[in-house]
Design a protein around this ligand. Structure first.
Ligand code: COA
Length: 171
């Protein structure tokens, strides 16, 4: 496509306070809540890039590197790092901040693959991405090997899925 786009055009920032209703019984942010935030910002980045509907095709592993406590702010930043024909890799960085001490930690990193789709959920082409900064270039250059790993993982999962039935109860 001719309308290439810069990574910064899909940049999204979302900051929230961790409230009691967001936490587990250890007083830290519930992992599922953080994953929903990650999926949300990644989808917005992908839609900014593609200017179309998108679906999440996959999420790479998310390692929770530091606990995020009630009362912390949690800030997510995301942008498109790499594109295929219809798919986009989106990088998400999660930073928690102790609002009293001012201590900030990178608490999670994640890569998601979003696919642009039409109104019938059929994949449609996306603009190419043009990395500019050193970080953008580093993520762009390392994306090809992540993409290969995902293809291998997907093929393995498809094979594994064949060994399960949809009958109930399945075990
Ligand atoms: C993602 C989806 C649209 C792909 O459709 P498809 O008919 O398999 O189309 P293709 O095989 O041509 O794949 C389209 C693109 O997605 C990529 N893709 C498909 N599955 C993928 C996966 N698991 N991980 C990474 N990329 C994937 C392909 O590599 C291809 O990329 P490219 O066009 O840039 O080369 C389809 O599998 C789907 O709708 N899945 C469900 C998505 C969903 O409901 N998400 C919400 C989760 S609750």
């Amino acid at each position: 496509m001719e309308n290439n786009k810069f990574c910064k055009e899909s940049f999204v920032v979302k900051t929230s306070t961790v409230l009691p209703s967001d936490t587990n019984n250890h007083g830290t942010l519930f992992g599922g809540k953080l994953m929903a935030y990650i999926d949300d910002v990644a989808a917005i980045s992908a839609r900014r890039h593609a200017r179309s509907h998108v679906v999440t095709a996959s999420t790479d592993s998310v390692d929770f590197l530091h606990p995020i406590f009630e009362g912390n702010s949690v800030c997510l930043e995301s942008f498109v790092t790499y594109t295929g024909r219809t798919s986009m890799e989106v990088f998400v960085k999660v930073i928690a901040e102790d609002m009293i001490k001012g201590v900030r930690n990178v608490c999670a990193l994640s890569f998601l693959t979003m696919v642009a789709v039409d109104e019938n959920n059929r994949p449609v082409p996306v603009p190419d991405i043009v990395p500019q900064s050193e970080v953008e270039k580093m993520l762009f250059e390392s994306a090809k090997s992540r993409s290969e790993m995902r293809k291998k993982r997907k093929a393995e999962n498809e094979k594994l899925a064949e060994s399960f039935s949809t009958d109930f109860p399945w075990a």
